[in-house]
Design a protein around this ligand. Structure first.
Ligand code: ZN
Length: 427
């Protein structure tokens, strides 16, 4: 199970590749890809379907033995985007003696200093000419070797570097890509790299969505290999736990749904984000195909339960003062239920009770997280989704250290606990 998690993390440097990996896994598990441009056709008990939006969000449905109106659905949702740097158009900047750096902008909220001095690569999608202007083709790109680096300034030029340094996104965070001997090459350095990798012609490229990613593989560490170290644990670890549980639990009375959204890190307000009506319309179409009426969708929503799975903050042994005095989850302590009085999290006493009981039934410990009252904390998917589909649900996630670092730290046993809890929920 942990080997599969590490493989998934390495195969998913960005959202598009995570969705591809999830789609491939679902297809191997017998799920049928639905084209949302076409009628979804007959839907019957036991059917396994999935659909993608923008190639960067994915929704899987395992239809239950009972009609949606009678048993609702059990949904796990998570997100596949992570903080990173997006490569801007016309990105190549020629510097002294042929050194070329790339112009980038920040995506989400990375801890920027953690991106310094480590081998990075490029991943995303390249858009090439299709049969007409409205139908360009999309090619996935993942350059599987160290290709760039954002280098620190030497301490000799900044003696106070260890006292904390303000970083400029535009000046400090631009990676170096290469050295050229012919200055005319600079305009095409990135394009030529892409063409070589994808085996296409320069004239075919119309545009791209490309991002930086850590080129170092995910791994375990610790005296007992009890820790996980990887980029993008938030929230790919929860995506993987949901996927494991979905494909390894048999058909049940209730319809199982796995929803992996994009753009959580920038507020979810896109057609492929949690604020989009896309998932609600897919559920409505399934309900309609099953029963011939919209009414069963509304009944199903009232019977449904959502687990919004997004990583939580683990107690950090060096920064105890940042945490709530009585609710600070630890690595290895099991899934974490998150509460917030201002309703940044969907959890309430009822939904938390439901999830805690699921954990208990699965033989898994669970913990509770609340922010230190003087610390603002973050937000997530659950309440955004619940404001468009009024679902009863809980916000939870496994605890990690250094959230939004280029390299986050998680716990091996927590991942196993989480898959067990999700499998119980889906059973
Ligand atoms: Zn997250």
């Amino acid at each position: 199970m942990i080997t599969r998690l590490l493989q998934f993390l390495d195969a998913s440097p960005v959202n598009f590749l995570a969705v591809k990996h999830i789609a491939d896994t679902l297809e191997s598990a017998g799920y049928r890809r639905v084209d949302p441009q076409l009628p979804i056709g007959e839907v019957k008990a036991g059917d396994k379907l999935f659909v993608t939006k923008n190639d960067s969000s994915i929704y899987a449905f395992h239809i239950g033995r009972k009609p949606l109106a009678d048993s609702g659905f059990h949904m796990i949702c998570a997100h596949c985007d992570s903080p990173t740097f997006r490569i801007k158009p016309n990105a190549e900047i020629l510097c002294e003696k042929g050194i070329v750096k790339l112009n980038t902008e920040v995506y989400g909220g990375p801890i920027m200093s953690t991106w310094f001095d480590r081998p990075l690569t490029i991943a995303g999608r390249v858009i090439v000419k299709g049969k007409d202007a409205m139908s360009p083709r999309s090619l996935l790109l993942h350059i599987k070797r160290p290709l760039l680096q954002i280098s620190n300034l030497a301490i000799h030029f900044n003696r106070s570097v260890n006292d904390g340094v303000a970083l400029s996104k535009q000046k400090d965070m631009l990676p170096i890509l290469g050295i050229i001997t012919n200055e005319l090459e600079v305009k095409n350095l990135l394009t030529n790299t892409i063409c070589g990798e994808l085996n296409i012609e320069k004239e075919d490229i119309l545009d791209f969505d490309l991002y930086l990613a850590d080129a170092t593989p995910a791994c375990t560490f610790g005296v007992h290999n009890e820790f996980l170290s990887s980029g993008r644990l938030d929230d790919l670890s929860m995506c993987e736990a949901g996927l494991e549980a979905l494909i390894n639990t048999p058909e049940s009375d209730t319809t199982k749904v796995l929803a992996i959204f994009d753009n959580e890190e920038t507020g979810s307000q896109t057609k492929q984000g949690a604020a989009s009506p896309f998932l609600a319309s897919m559920l409505k179409r399934i309900a309609l195909a099953q029963s011939g009426s919209d009414e069963s969708f509304y009944q199903a929503v009232e019977r449904a339960f959502m687990v919004s799975a997004d990583n939580a903050h683990a107690w950090h042994p060096n920064y105890s003062e940042k945490y709530d005095p009585t609710n600070h989850p630890v690595l290895g302590g099991g899934p974490v239920i998150k509460f917030n009085a201002a309703q940044k999290y969907a959890s309430d006493a009822v939904s938390a009770a439901v999830f805690a009981q699921i954990c208990q039934d699965a033989g898994v410990p669970c913990q509770r997280f609340v922010n230190h009252s003087d610390v603002a904390g973050g937000s997530t998917l659950g309440n955004i989704l619940a404001s468009s589909i009024p679902l009863r649900g809980v916000d939870m996630g496994n605890a990690i250290l250094a959230m939004h670092s280029c390299r986050e730290t998680g716990s091996v046993i927590d991942h196993i606990f989480c898959v067990k809890a999700f499998s119980q929920f889906y059973s």
